[in-house]
Design a protein around this ligand. Structure first.
Ligand code: BGC
Length: 384
């Protein structure tokens, strides 16, 4: 494979998610490039081939990604006996993703999570978006970034082998203003880290909130639900929601509530408590407020005792949506014919707060034409 320049985005880790363009022009020299394995044809959609790319590292960890939706279709990691198994939900074939996928493994944009009534005002203009979720706008609309083709380029950096995904979202696409050029880099390191780096530039003032929607189940090959997983969230507050899962605007302390994950807790221990917020979410489906930081910080630790697998999530984002797979109901048959029953996968979506475009007290999601949006999250896999 031809050598290509790789933008080392480590600098981003120390920047806030929107920064002045001049700060982005920090490119570093390229390093030796080990050829990545050939990509396989995963299917055809709208006359285009959907290809599956594979990242591997020296420990046998493997991440597969397709150019439709930037979807992570599988992640193999070792359990405590060293057995490699798949820890994410998804499908064996493209048709599953096309037909019925609750965003399995996908890149989410232009705005991850909900925007109330699919409307917001920006610079004196009202923008109307699809109301694709009970009257609310969810995950970028009818054809969000999870349902588009991404250009993929294989890269190799000193951090590990990587895939660079790019997509240009048109001005007015799904109702959002400004043409948005988006770049996402997935890197797999030899320290068993999957790094996800996001960058975007716009032609007009717009709103951006990008995230990754992988459903994890650390038992390996989905041996059961996620209720026995242990979770720790580095957050002393969360965002209560109304019935439509739109934040009320309050940041509520987790102390004394089933939302307190400051110490490791079994996910299922309090999920059915008599609690209005759990009732609205049908379980956990909320954004936790992380302590502010300009560099990568630990946000979540997920541990599964039978396999010994542990996953740490680091991010520069101010929030993390913990969704406990409440809408999985056994109707989806996933990889290897496994039925995805209630709560067989959970998502830890690093992001800005839901409905931020309508809630000026939340950290801003506005991107101006002279700025670069940057975000970065790392999923680190190990065993305990
Ligand atoms: C949301 C859930 C939604 C799910 C769709 C999550 O990010 O928080 O409310 O149902 O995505 O799969």
């Amino acid at each position: 494979m031809k050598r290509s320049l790789f933008f080392i985005l480590l600098a981003c880790a120390t920047l806030s998610s929107c920064s002045n363009k001049t700060e982005s022009e920090d490119k570093s020299a390229e390093v030796d490039n080990t050829p990545l394995e050939e990509q396989a044809v995963f299917g055809t959609y709208q006359g285009n081939q959907v290809l599956e790319y594979k990242l591997t590292n020296q420990n046998g960890v493997e991440v597969k990604v397709i150019n439709y939706g930037g979807i992570i279709t599988s992640i193999l990691t070792p359990n405590k006996e060293g057995v490699l198994e798949d820890i994410v939900l998804g499908y064996d074939t493209l048709s599953g993703y096309l037909k019925d996928s609750p965003y399995f493994g996908a890149l989410i944009g232009r705005f991850g999570n909900r925007i109330a009534n699919g409307r917001f005002e920006l610079d004196g203009e009202v923008y109307v978006l699809a109301q694709n979720n009970n009257g609310q706008h969810l995950h970028g609309g009818l054809v969000g970034f999870d349902k588009v083709f991404w250009n993929i380029k294989e890269l190799s950096s000193e951090d590990g082998s990587a895939l660079e995904l790019t997509y240009s979202s048109k001005d007015g696409e799904e109702g959002y203003p400004g043409e948005l050029d988006v770049k996402v880099i997935y890197t797999l390191t030899d320290d068993n880290e999957l790094m996800v780096e996001y960058e975007a530039e716009t032609s007009k003032m717009t709103v951006v909130n990008l995230t990754q929607h992988t459903y994890f189940n650390l038992t390996g090959n989905v041996k059961g639900d996620i209720l026995g997983h242990h979770l720790k969230l580095e957050a002393d507050g969360f965002l209560p929601v109304d019935k439509s899962l739109i934040p009320t605007g309050e940041i509520r302390p987790v102390e004394g509530t089933p939302f307190d994950f400051l110490n490791e807790q079994v996910v299922g221990a309090r999920i059915n408590n008599n609690d209005q917020q759990l009732e609205y979410g049908m379980g956990y489906d909320h954004c936790w407020v992380l302590s502010a930081a300009d560099s990568l910080k630990l946000a979540a630790t997920l541990y599964e005792p039978t396999s010994g697998r542990l996953m740490e999530v680091f991010t520069i984002e101010p929030g993390i949506q913990f969704y406990s797979g409440n809408f999985l109901d056994g109707s989806l048959i996933g990889k290897d014919g496994v039925k995805y029953a209630h709560r067989t996968g959970l998502c830890l979506e690093t992001q800005h707060f839901p409905d931020s475009p309508n809630q000026p007290q939340f950290p801003s999601v506005v991107l101006n034409p002279d700025e670069v949006y940057r975000s970065k999250s790392v999923y680190k896999f190990s065993v305990r």
